[in-house]
Ligand binder design. Structure first.
Ligand code: UDP
Length: 243
């Protein structure tokens, strides 16, 4: 798999459809896989915290969740084909799971959101096999989640703990499992449960999904502070690459 290095994070040069195909192959051959969908905030956090960066570097695929990453790859003259978001990957993997009887596990969000997520998935994908689920507010050092996943052996585990918890949780536990495709899906359960609306396609098409989310959830403004620093570092990397 070819990569583009964005401030030390290797992004997979892959489009959405091909990633889905690869993940389906991994499920069929019971190969473990770890998918991260990253945005500029995640890249900046990894640059500031080596331990977190080491967790990210264990992933099988790192895709561009945010348009900022796609733009950065173009500036670095090694363009990523498109955004590959956690939500879109989750919806297509749910459809495949329904069609091929792959079993899934849901980890994350508060109890109420998680239950609505599970109910809505069962409504939309009636023959889906849900091996188990657990909310995302647990005692990090004292819980039975990994044991449960180990026992139930789901084919796909959707992890919606937000960054940096979701990447850290998978990296710390994946060695214990014999199989499973582990996918970081951020705020996807909030959308599937109906608590949060995704930006209309017209906003997504003009690359303003981030602005829509900011307007709907103004508490997210703090994360945006990483963006100017990210842009500055990308321009510096570009200058360095061309000298
Ligand atoms: N979340 C969780 N446990 C935590 C913190 C967050 O399960 O300790 C959940 C939260 O309820 C939400 C999801 O993580 O459903 C993602 O949150 P956010 O929108 O912040 O995700 P991001 O933008 O980082 O992908």
């Amino acid at each position: 798999m070819k990569h583009v290095n964005i401030l030390g994070i290797p992004f997979s040069i892959i489009n959405h459809d091909y990633l889905i195909k690869r993940l389906s192959q991994h499920v069929q051959s019971a190969e473990k896989s770890f998918v991260i969908t990253a945005n500029p905030e995640i890249v900046m956090q990894a640059n500031e915290h080596q331990e977190y960066k080491n967790h990210l570097l264990r992933a099988s695929y790192i895709t561009a969740d945010g348009i900022g990453i796609v733009k950065a790859s173009k500036i670095l003259k090694n363009p990523l084909p498109e955004r590959v978001t956690g939500y879109d990957v989750m919806m297509d993997m749910l459809q495949l799971s329904c069609d091929h009887q792959y079993s899934i596990y849901l980890l994350g969000a508060d109890k109420e959101t998680l239950l609505s997520t599970k109910n809505n998935i069962e409504k939309q994908f009636p023959s889906i096999r849900i091996a188990g689920y657990h909310d995302g507010y647990f005692d990090w050092n004292n819980n039975r989640i990994a044991e449960e996943i180990h026992e139930k052996k789901p084919d796909i585990v959707f992890v919606a703990l937000g960054a940096p918890k979701q990447e850290t949780w998978i990296s710390q536990h994946i060695d214990q499992f014999t199989k499973g495709v582990f996918i970081c899906v951020g705020g996807s359960f909030d959308v599937i449960s109906g608590n949060v609306k995704r930006a209309p396609l017209s906003w997504q098409n003009i690359n303003l999904e981030w602005l829509y989310r900011l307007l709907k959830q103004p508490r997210r403004w703090r994360r945006m502070l990483a963006l100017p620093r990210f842009s500055y570092r990308i321009i510096k990397q570009r200058v360095k690459n061309s000298s």
